[in-house]
Design a protein around this ligand. Sequence first.
Ligand SMILES: *Cc1c(COP(=O)(O)O)cnc(C)c1O
Length: 339
Amino acid sequence: MIDLRSDTVTLPTEAMRKAIYEAELGDDVYGHDPTVNRLQELAADLLGKEEAMLVPSGTMGNQIAILTHTSPGTEVILEADSHIYYYEAAAASVFAGIQPRPLPGKRGSLSADLVEWAIREDDIHLPPTSLICLENTHNRAGGTVVPLEDMQAVYQVALKHNLPVHLDGARIFNAAVASGVPVKDYAACTTSVQFCLSKGLGAPVGSIIAGTHQFIEEARRWRKRLGGGMRQAGIIAAAGIVALETMVERLAEDHANARLLAEGLAKIKGIEFNPEDVDTNIVIVKPTTMSIRQLGEELEKRGILTVAIEPDRIRFTTNKEVNRADIETTLQQVKDLLG
Ligand SMILES: *Cc1c(COP(=O)(O)O)cnc(C)c1O
């Protein structure tokens, strides 16, 4: 199978399995797992934040950040197609009791002017704004890199209004590798950051959230409340360390494969799509001569897995389990079906 459904399908490398086997362990709920502590220090250092914490998933990381920054009855500004709004089963409403305020972005980026316009005035009719969420790279916009200047502009607005900014940086390393901007620079215009170890970086499980010492202290209590306190979590952290130390630069290969796929798909007649929209490892296209369902099914019969992300759009996500030859096979199959 050529699995282009997501970069979450990636399997741990030999080095990760070895690191897992050899990991020195302790009870992380007491803060006594040396491998978890090492991962957290490494992550905080990479992001330029005071402290970092391992969490079971990106979703839990985002939700812990929202729970830590907000209180019930307040409003959270976020992008209308963001993962937090679209793909987290309304968790922020259920757990944090916040009201989301979705705003339209351009290629996943929120304009600072629009954000400022949406911040609530002090009026008893209105929910107070408590948090601004950004996403980089932006998943549903097609793995687009949100420019650093856009994030800085939103952060300036946030500072002016004394609001925290949370970055859903599930794929922030993809953004950094594609743009050449260090992750630290992106993190510098946020109050808290979440990133996934378990996507393109190839670790089997886990995400990191990072921020100030005080933020992480409160976040740790939320993680416990949600049942995310894990005991000998060094088993997970060991692979995360290998991911951060050895798997970041190779994201460029995923981006090159996505570029190859994009250029090829753009040449196929029955597809509507601009390859310039592809910044990283996600390619979203609209077939015009076949339904999404039928195209997905036909590709699957030919050993290629994709996902329908809209009634009329299909997503291909390159990842380390897929090589250049697989991309060429995929292009040939799509061409045979649509061309
Ligand atoms: C995958 C993803 C998440 C959630 O990560 P999980 O580990 O699957 O819960 C959050 N945000 C974005 C943008 C993602 O792509």
